[in-house]
Design a protein around this ligand. Structure first.
Ligand SMILES: *Cc1c(COP(=O)(O)O)cnc(C)c1O
Length: 437
């Protein structure tokens, strides 16, 4: 063990991991190399708003496992649901009442998901929705947006923001060019370019796939009129609109971004929060489209763990907590306090930052802004971010190690946690190198 690091146990665990796990991490998004550290901290346990690492440090957690943990870690109601189900069996190979119950709850919150199917992950939900859109329209092309992440499925990896962009790969290696050429990447929030791209493939466009509030180039809200225009362009071309609400679903309100934005897609994908911290994905839409999925129709989607009872019951317990009055108002107030506090601190120390916030999630970009698309997000300083990340880590505040991720506030955070985070941020910004001119 190296006694010169404050994380000797994590350092050793990482060294051990790299012997048997490529890169020592099962997801590139967890690598700390982009923030100039040789290894990540290893989690030992977590409760509520806190994670403890294997070296015994406590962190106020704003990663929320990249989105699912809107109630924080190990919420008692979620743990109880998981324990109850585990004792009765973890997977059956026949349906359970819980799948119907969760589907009904989701439909009540997001009425456009008239019928749906559960999958094992968000990746599978998007992959299945694309397959369904192609089958339904009999067309081949998909339009998506630069810097949007839709899972690690071949057809959506090109310019996929988030993890791939952070570790500096295009995401296209190993993806057949013959397949990738059916995915067009357009800049987010640019209707003119979108219309031009759609014109080129008009009769062969199956769907426009979009995060209604972008979350994987950092948080980037849709410009006024962008989504309405997008829906009009898709429908004029005879194509479907797929909202990837894997992050936004039950994060921005009890429902989807479509509820707060007043825009209805044809198909919706969910994941993360609706699994209550266990793996899940969901895709759904009108019966006339969803009935194309086997065994009713010809489009195949399957999964040993699709609708897994542990995930479904953890999701039900989570939605039940989220239905309590005032949850989203409180999340919003906490995130507002934190983000305006950070903005003030940055101003005090002469750092040019732009904070894009939607409800309980926000991204602090080290750029004067504005940040309306992936190119603008990418102009944010990586070195300033890395310095902030390391400073906050040292002071017990855990962020995702990427300029393209968000701070996620959870219902487990207290006002005191927010104030402590701001105190830590004040100390960190005081020491940050000056913004490059
Ligand atoms: C996380 C995410 C996915 C992929 O979900 P997994 O469960 O990690 O496969 C898809 N789309 C968006 C918008 C996401 O944030």
């Amino acid at each position: 063990m190296n006694p010169n690091t404050p994380y000797p146990v994590s350092a050793q665990l990482y060294a051990d991991a790299t012997q048997v796990i490529t890169g020592g991490v099962d997801s590139p998004s967890r690598s700390y190399h982009p923030v100039g550290l040789s290894h990540p901290v290893f989690a030992a346990r977590a409760a509520g708003a806190y994670i403890w690492d294997e070296d015994g440090h406590q962190y106020i957690d704003y990663v929320a496992a990249f989105g699912p943990l809107i109630l924080g870690h190990a919420h008692p109601a979620v743990v109880a649901a998981i324990n109850a189900q585990a004792a009765w069996g973890t997977v059956y190979g026949v349906p359970t009442r819980w799948e119907t119950e969760l589907a009904a709850s989701i439909r009540q919150a997001i009425p456009s998901m008239e019928k749906m199917r559960f999958t094992g992950t968000g990746t599978e939900a998007v992959m299945s929705a694309i397959r369904l859109a192609r089958a339904y329209t009999g067309r081949r092309y998909i339009v998506k947006f630069e810097g949007s992440y839709h899972g690690h499925y071949d057809g959506v990896l090109v310019d996929a923001g988030s993890g791939a962009a952070t570790v500096g790969v295009s995401g296209a290696s190993g993806v057949l060019p013959d397949l990738a050429r059916f995915t067009l990447n357009m800049p987010y929030n640019d209707l003119e370019k979108l219309a031009a791209a759609v014109d080129k493939v008009r009769d062969d466009l199956a769907a426009i796939l979009v995060e209604p509030i972008a979350g994987n180039m950092g948080i980037v809200p849709p410009a006024p009129g962008f989504l309405a225009g997008l829906v009009a362009i898709a429908h004029q071309a005879g194509a479907l609109v797929i909202f990837d609400e894997v992050i936004t679903g039950f994060r921005v309100c009890y429902g989807g971004a479509q509820n707060v934005l007043g825009i209805t897609p044809d198909l919706t994908c969910l994941g993360k929060i609706v699994g209550g911290g266990l793996p899940i994905g969901v895709y759904g839409g009108p019966t006339r489209i969803m009935d194309m999925v086997a065994p009713v129709g010809p489009v195949y989607q399957d999964g040993t763990f699709a609708g897994n009872p542990l995930a479904v019951r953890a999701g039900l317990a989570t939605l039940n907590e989220l239905r309590q009055p005032g949850v989203y108002e409180r999340l919003d107030a906490l995130a507002e306090r934190l983000s305006t506090g950070l903005q003030e601190i940055a101003a005090r120390y002469g750092q040019a930052v732009t904070i894009n916030r939607w409800g309980s999630m926000f991204t602090l970009f080290f750029t004067p802004g504005p940040v309306r698309n992936y190119a603008e997000a990418s102009s944010a300083s990586r070195t300033q971010f890395a310095a902030m990340f390391r400073g906050l880590l040292k002071r017990g505040v855990l962020l995702a190690p990427s300029i393209y991720e968000a701070w996620m506030v959870s219902a487990a955070h207290s006002e005191n946690d927010i104030e402590k985070t701001l105190d830590a941020a004040d100390a960190v910004f005081r020491e940050l190198p000056k913004s490059p001119a």
